[in-house]
Every structure is written in C-alpha cells, then in structure tokens.
Design a protein around this ligand. Sequence first.
Ligand SMILES: Cc1cc2nc3c(=O)[nH]c(=O)nc-3n(C[C@H](O)[C@H](O)[C@H](O)COP(=O)(O)OP(=O)(O)OC[C@H]3O[C@@H](n4cnc5c(N)ncnc54)[C@H](O)[C@@H]3O)c2cc1C
Length: 386
Amino acid sequence: MDFSFTPEQEAFRQVVKDFVKRETSKELDREIDATGRFPAELSAKMAEAGLFGVPFPELYGGSGGGVLEFVILCEELAYGSEAASAVFLLPVFFAGEMLLLNGSDDQKQRWIPEIVAGRLRGCFALTEPDAGSDAANVQTFAEEKDDHFVLNGSKIFISGADVADFMMVVTRTDRHPPKKYMGMSIFMVDRNLPGVTVNTIPKLGGRAISLCEIAFEDVRVPKEMLMGGYPAGLGQGWGHMWASLDIERVMVAILYVATAQKAFDEALAHAKTRVQFGQTIGRFQAVQHQLADMRIELDAARLLAYRAAWLKSQGLPCSLEGASAKVFATEMAVRVTTAAMQVFGGQGYTMENDVQRYVREALLGPVGMGTNHVQRTIIAKLMDLM
Ligand SMILES: Cc1cc2nc3c(=O)[nH]c(=O)nc-3n(C[C@H](O)[C@H](O)[C@H](O)COP(=O)(O)OP(=O)(O)OC[C@H]3O[C@@H](n4cnc5c(N)ncnc54)[C@H](O)[C@@H]3O)c2cc1C
C-alpha cells in the first residue's frame, strides 16, 4: 500500500497552486460572491496554462492526464479560488467529460479542442420540475423531423446555463418506451438557438456559477448534435449519464474536501492568534477538541475520495466507494464549516469573514449531484439489500 502521489503528480499540484496564486485572489472570490458574476476573464489564462487540457487525450489537444491529475486539479482550484474552480468545471466537466465518454469520434475531434483552448463552455441539463431524484421521468421531448430534432419542454436548477455555449440537454425521444429510463437521448444544444430561453434563479452559495431555468419552444437542433452521433446515440441517454457518475462523485467529494479544508485552515489560524482570558483560544481544550475532530473528519473524507479516485484510475469498480466518498465528504463539509464558524465566534457570522461563504457553499453538497438519500440507496443496492 502506498499513500503518496508520484513526484510528477506533486510537481503538477505545485503548478496549479502557482497558477491560483498568480491569477486569482480572495478579493476576486468575495467580489464574485457579492455580484454573482461569472469570472470569464480567467478562461484565457487557464487555457494558456494548459489546465483545460489536463483530463483529455493528446489526440484532442489535451495533455493526457489521468483521474488522479484531474482530482489534484479540482482540489487545488477549489481550495485556492472559487472563481478558477467555476471557470474550469463548466467546460471541462459539464461539456468535456460528457463528450469524451460518450461523443462520436467526429464530435470529440470537433469540440474537445475547443474546450482545451478555452473557447467552449457547457452545462448539463437533466433536472426538470417533475424529474429531480426521479431522473428518468424527464418529459422534455425531442421529435425527429427531417434533418433536425425539435425540442419542447423545460429544465430547472441548471448550473451555468446562462454562460454556456452548448447545453447538454437530456430529452425523451420515445414517448412509450418499455422501461422509463429507455428512450432518452442527450443533445448538445446551442444556447443561442431560436426558442431557447434562460432565466437565472437566485441561490444561497457557490455564486460564481449561476442557477438557471431553461425553456425550449420548438427548438430545431441538427441531428449531428445528438450525443454519440446519429443514429448511434438515439435512446442512449441513460447510459451516457451513468458513464460519468463515478467520476462525478469523486469530483464532488474532493471539491467539498477543499471547501472544508479552507474553513479548517482559517479556523486553526484564528485559534492560534485570538486571545481571550489572557491566552489564545486554541489553548482551551474545548476548542482544541473541536479542531481535532475537524481534522480527523477532513482526513477521513480525503482518504475516501482518493481511494475512489485510485480505484477509478486503475479501471476497478468504484461506484460504492465513490458514492460513500460523496456522502461522507459533503456531510463532513457541512459539519466542518459550521464548526469553523463557531471557532471564529461572533465574527464568523459576519459577512466580512469568509467562513459564512464556505458554510453556504457546503450546504449544497448533500442535495446536489444526486442527493445523499439517493446515494445511500445506491450503496444499499450495491450491498444487495434491494
Ligand atoms: C445549486 C444547484 C445546482 C444544480 N445544478 C444542476 C445541474 O447543473 N444540472 C442538473 O440537471 N441539475 C442540477 N441541480 C438539480 C439537482 O440535481 C436536484 O435538485 C437534485 O437531484 C434533487 O432533485 P429535486 O430538487 O427535484 O429534489 P427531489 O427529488 O424532489 O427530492 C426532495 C427530497 O426527497 C428526497 N428523495 C427523493 N426521492 C427519494 C428516494 N427515492 N429515496 C429517498 N429520498 C428521496 C431527496 O433526497 C430530497 O431530500 C442543481 C441543484 C442545485 C440546488
């Protein structure tokens, strides 16, 4: 058993840390939280640094990094800069991973180099008013007509749709499939097509990426934009979504580890400097134990995430381990960020202190990207309980 990264991976971690230090700041994160603005200006810098290309094969202009490099990159960006993390995830995960795992050769050759160059952003549009956890209940319909599909329906709670060039839209292409999850297809839809309307919904945290609702009214999408190509991708939507679930859970787990780590580091520094009763508050056993518990939980969550990532990197099954990491890391992040708020006392509750932002961000974890109730059900299924 070896718990260390390779020297190359450690060097890569340092490259990402240097990028974050050079190109971003705490002030930028605070400004973006206050305004809800997407920090698009970081795209060109990130492309120039080669970061968009990390998870993609050289064939498509990437640098051919593996799962562990992807995890290191996600962790360091999320720890160092919420702005940079947002700018990375929208193109690379929401569009790029979907294309890499499910696109036809033509689609990969055409679009992935655009992502690597920082010229294309995406979003993933699955959720609908009546299809949340019940994801197979999607009603947005794509009707085949000549050389197009015509989309009608609506989506809700879609991250970053207002700044996406292309939306990966999950639709139904068969109204009466033998099973509900069959007859679903994913289209890459140009946000500027006639009939597409995007509105934003105010939300609690993670404001660098907006939350949107989308309406599709007779939107004509060329057949070539069917994920996987036409006709090969027809009815393959459910499988396409499943293909990216393991890596998504690992990614989510490490993002929330990073958020909790920030809160922990700032609380620890505060405990070492804030003086009450003539000594630093870190000298009080109550505070010491709270920080010790935070540290233990962080370690446990990081190890679960790294183990799931390592299994994935080896091509081994990791659905149970990924779901476990997602559940534990997101719930840990809620506990650790709120504990950090307590260590800061009154100032932790003010908008001048960053910890309140970390708490708001952490609260999404158990709900988003497959709720933790649903993840636990998946774990139960994988233990043959259902
Ligand atoms: C900030 C944010 C960003 C998002 N980004 C995206 C995005 O980019 N793309 C996208 O497609 N979606 C996105 N979503 C939607 C998100 O994935 C859904 O909100 C989530 O899947 C839950 O669906 P729902 O909100 O309809 O809740 P519901 O499914 O109505 O669930 C409500 C409650 O019931 C529980 N529940 C439901 N069914 C079961 C069950 N079978 N067993 C046990 N408990 C159950 C849930 O766990 C939850 O606690 C985002 C949501 C938020 C808040």
